[in-house]
Structures are given as structure tokens and as C-alpha cells.
Design a protein around this ligand. Structure first.
Ligand code: SF4
Length: 500
């Protein structure tokens, strides 16, 4: 049966206010970070492109609770609801789905995201109110599912789904539809600019990334990562290991659109590893300069610590302000254990080159990986101080279903969690669930707090920041906003140790 006035809601479900579902490590950030709902943002754009009426609703960014969200959802009255979900929020998200079905019993609910992709059958078994899971990147799956539901066609024919059905005896079963290939570079070029989607559906001022100038907009120029770090959830559940990219022209067209239409100071490029294809970055940078965009808006990207000096200089010339780099550890053995595919001397050279090129670096250090001890953590903290990035983050390892790291820690019996809810504390902040003899979860958090304290409270660092605020006035608002969150973070960090 054809459904008249068919419409869709893409939903970042209500949970803790400011919960960042699209983060690689979803939680409420003590540093104040709030991610855009990037994947359902792209899906919204593809639906609009195909003339399917759709509303993107980001409840956590708007700090809307369950009751208020249910009113908004009921008022819109969608036929299909696309719900983003993660390991840490899955119990809450299933509860939200149950509550939605009470007010909209005929709505079709499909779960998307890292966790549903990793364990689709488990998700479907957990609530009869979830009708299907759309696996991995889901724009085209949701587009085809919308057409099928609107036109009364079988969902079984929609590639990329795991769905609920009943067999000839009336028993409930789960089926997998044909496999969907990930979008190619040409297909990515045909997708709408996600920045345009945000401008129609979201309040850009709600989103904040501490290392990036505020306000900012987050986009993706390519998907997948050729590297195989064991802990990294996106390439292992969503994007795969082939870096599929938009053309340089298409990327710079979006830069131009942002400059002309949005009041933002920075563009965050959230590709897994934007620097994986050197020739392409250089072409993008050349185009930015050719079109004279380099002084109009700065940009930031995720990078590996292996970009050469010439490329770094070209990036700087094209307006690149900061690189987010996952260094993870100062011990070669730990880097090898997590299959990081790099070496300490390459990292050291890279940091020297970023300083020569005058590109800032936000360094991420992940403590507690396979083989970690208190001594290797000590080495990592010293390594962070030696590298001296602009900002640094010390994070206890978080492992997620679908990753090699999760399988390893589970097999070794080192995951101390009774349910997925244990991935967060009661405020929605990260709660590490890895504990081992000689390095307990509590000790791991304490060492992260210590790393943060030692890194930031050095007189040399504090003076450098004051000088940066004076000599780079553009950085001043970000420094102010980040330092407020930061001092709260330092205090809360210690608090969380005491209450864990
Ligand atoms: S290089 Fe970065 S994005 Fe790629 S797998 Fe490793 S951590 Fe993930």
C-alpha cells in the first residue's frame, strides 16, 4: 500500500544533554565538546535530494529530554524514524524506541551507527520495537528503505539491512538483505554538502570542538582508513579500510559555500585520516589558494604523524590551522601492539616539521592499550611533554564491539562491565571498563588525570598560552572557552577518580 505524505525523521535520540553520539568515543565530554550528528546529517541530505520530506532532530545538542522530544516527534508524525545509536547509549536508545512506538505504533524504526552495525541481531532481539538495522554507511540504504516503505514494496529488497520478519509458522526471525557496497568517490561527490544540511536543520552555535575555533562546522571529504589500529571503531564498523574520497573540486566548492553562507571561523574535516592521500591534499590546498579562500576561513583535520614538511607548508598556506593527531603512546612496543603502523622517530620528526610549518597540533594519547603498564604510561606522559603539541588529551582506552581491541580484552577477561551502560558514569562521561592486575581501571583514570595535569600545568606551557592569546587574537575566544571547560575538566577528572 502506498503511504501518502510519507516523511522521515533522522533522530539523534534524547540522552544526557550534550552527549556526542558521532564521536569516536561517544560520551558527554568534560571538555565541553559537542559533535554534529554527522552521519544522519548526510542521510538527511540524501533524502532531501530525493524529495523525501525529512526532519533532522538532534535532541542532546538542544538539551531536550525524553518527554519534550516525544512531543516533537509526535507533532512531526514521521512514518520512518532513523535512530543513531552507540554502545554507551544503546540501552537508553532502545528505551526511546519503545516510548516512540507507544505514541506512534505504525512508525518504522531503523537503528543506525557503530553499535547496531557491530551487533545487529543483538539489537533487534533487545527490543521488538526496532524494525531493522541499517548497516555501516547508511545514506543510500535509508533512501531505498524510504522508497520501499512509501511505495508499499518489500524491505527485503533494500540492500544493507538486517530486518525483523516472521516465517511460515508465524515465528519471529531476522534476515539479512543483500550486501550494500560503500559509496564510491563519485557517489560521495553527488551527495549534498552536509554543511548545507546543518544550516537548514540545526543551530550551529550548539556545536563545539575545544581545539577548533568557535563556531565551527564539521564535514567529511572522504571515508574509510587504510590503517588498522585495533581500537579504532569507525573503519572497523562504518567506513572500512579503503579511503574513498570526494574530488578536490567538490571539497573546495563546499569550502566556498561555507564561506559564503555560514558564520563560522573554522572547518573541521572529520575524515578518519585526511592526510592519507598526499597528492589529493596538495591539490585541495592549491585549489583553496587559487580561489583565494585561504584567508577567509581556517580549517582543521585529523592527521597521522607522518605528513612531510612540504605538504605541511602547503596546508598552512591554504589556511590549515590545526591537526588532530592520534599519537597514542610513547612506547614503540605499545604502538606495535595496537598496529599503529608508525615509529617514534617518525613522530618526533613530524612534530619538528609542524613547528617549522607553524601548524598547531592537538595530540591524543590513549592509555591502557594491550601490554600497557604504569611504567609505559609514565614514558608516554614524558613523550607528550617532549613533543609539546599545542594541546593534549590523555584518555583511558575505550573499547567497542566490532573492534579487534574489544575482542582481545573480552577474550582476556579484562572487561569489567556488567552492561553497556557501564561505558559511562552517571553524568554520561567516559568510564573506562578495562581493568587488569597491576593497572586497574581506577589507576588508569588517575594516570590520565596526572598526564593532563603535568602537561598543562607546566609554567612553560601556561606562558606559551598567554603569549598565544596576545599574539593571535583570533585564538583568544577559543582559549577562553577551552580554559573554562578545561579547569572544570581537571577538577571533575579528579572527582571521577574518587567516585568510580
Ligand atoms: S590511522 Fe587513525 S583513523 Fe585510521 S585506523 Fe588508525 S586511529 Fe583509526
Amino acid at each position: 500500500m502506498v503511504v501518502k505524505d510519507f516523511k522521515v525523521m533522522t533522530l539523534n535520540p534524547p540522552f544526557h544533554p550534550k552527549f556526542s553520539r558521532s564521536s569516536r568515543s561517544p560520551a558527554v565530554s568534560k571538555g565541553g565538546c559537542v559533535y554534529y550528528p554527522i552521519w544522519i546529517g548526510y542521510t538527511t541530505g540524501v533524502l532531501e535530494q530525493n524529495n523525501v520530506p525529512v526532519k533532522l532532530f538532534d535532541a542532546p545538542a538542544e538539551s531536550r529530554g525524553l518527554e519534550e522530544s516525544l512531543h516533537i516527534i509526535k507533532d512531526y508524525n514521521p512514518d520512518l524514524i532513523v535512530m543513531d545509536s552507540t554502545t554507551a547509549s544503546i540501552a537508553n536508545d532502545l528505551h526511546v524506541a519503545n516510548e516512540i512506538k507507544k505514541i506512534l505504533p505504525d512508525a518504522f524504526i531503523v537503528f543506525v551507527g557503530t553499535h547496531p552495525t557491530a551487533v545487529p541481531f543483538e539489537v533487534l532481539k533487545s527490543s521488538k520495537n526496532v524494525d531493522a538495522v541499517a548497516l555501516s554507511e547508511h545514506e543510500h540504504t535509508i533512501r531505498d528503505l524510504s522508497f520501499a516503505l512509501r511505495d508499499g514494496k518489500p524491505v527485503a529488497d533494500v540492500a544493507g539491512l538486517v530486518y525483523r520478519t516472521t516465517n511460515s509458522k508465524g515465528e519471529e526471525e531476522f534476515e539479512i538483505s543483500p550486501k550494500r557496497e560503500p559509496a564510491s568517490g563519485e557517489e560521495l561527490d553527488k551527495m549534498p554538502f552536509v554543511s548545507e544540511v546543518y544550516s537548514r536543520h540545526l543551530n550551529i552555535k550548539n556545536y563545539f570542538y575545544p581545539s577548533v575555533l568557535y563556531p565551527e562546522v564539521t564535514i567529511i571529504t572522504g571515508r574509510g582508513c587504510p590503517f588498522r589500529c585495533t581500537f579504532c571503531v569507525y573503519p572497523q564498523t562504518m567506513g572500512g579500510h579503503e579511503y574513498r574520497v570526494r574530488s578536490p573540486e567538490n571539497v573546495v566548492d563546499e569550502f566556498e559555500w561555507i564561506f559564503e553562507n555560514l558564520d563560522v571561523k573554522d572547518i573541521m574535516i572529520e575524515d578518519d585520516t585526511f592526510t592519507a592521500n598526499r597528492e589529493r591534499i596538495n591539490k585541495i590546498c592549491d585549489l583553496i589558494v587559487e580561489r583565494g579562500l585561504q584567508d577567509k576561513v581556517t580549517w582543521t583535520c585529523n592527521a597521522r604523524a607522518d605528513v612531510d614538511l612540504d605538504t605541511l607548508k602547503n596546508m598552512k598556506r591554504a589556511g590549515c590551522r590545526l591537526l588532530c593527531v592520534g599519537f597514542e603512546s610513547g612506547e614503540q612496543e605499545i604502538l606495535n601492539n595496537v598496529k599503529k603502523g608508525t615509529q617514534l622517530q617518525i613522530i618526533r620528526q613530524f612534530m619538528k616539521d609542524t613547528k617549522k610549518a607553524d601548524v598547531l597540533v592537538h595530540g591524543c594519547f590513549m592509555l591502557g592499550n594491550k601490554g600497557e603498564t604504569k611504567q609505559t604510561i609514565r614514558t608516554t606522559i614524558e613523550f607528550a611533554k617532549e613533543l609539546e603539541p599545542d594541546t593534549a588529551q590523555f584518555f583511558p582506552i575505550m573499547v567497542y564491539p566490532g573492534t579487534e581491541a574489544y575482542d582481545y580484552f573480552k577474550k582476556e577477561g579484562l572487561i569489567k562491565a556488567e552492561s553497556y551502560g557501564d561505558w559511562l558514569d552517571k553524568e554520561g562521561n567516559h568510564n573506562t571498563i578495562i581493568s587488569r592486575p597491576g593497572l586497574t581501571d581506577k589507576e588508569l583514570v588517575e594516570l590520565c588525570d596526572r598526564g593532563r595535569w603535568e602537561f598543562y600545568m607546566r609554567p612553560k606551557y601556561v606562558l606559551r598560552k598567554i603569549w598565544q592569546g596576545i599574539t593571535h587574537p583570533k585564538e583568544f575566544p577559543r582559549l577562553l572557552k577551552s580554559s573554562k571547560s578545561f579547569f572544570k575538566y581537571l577538577l571533575l577528572g579528579s572527582e571521577s577518580v574518587r567516585t568510580n
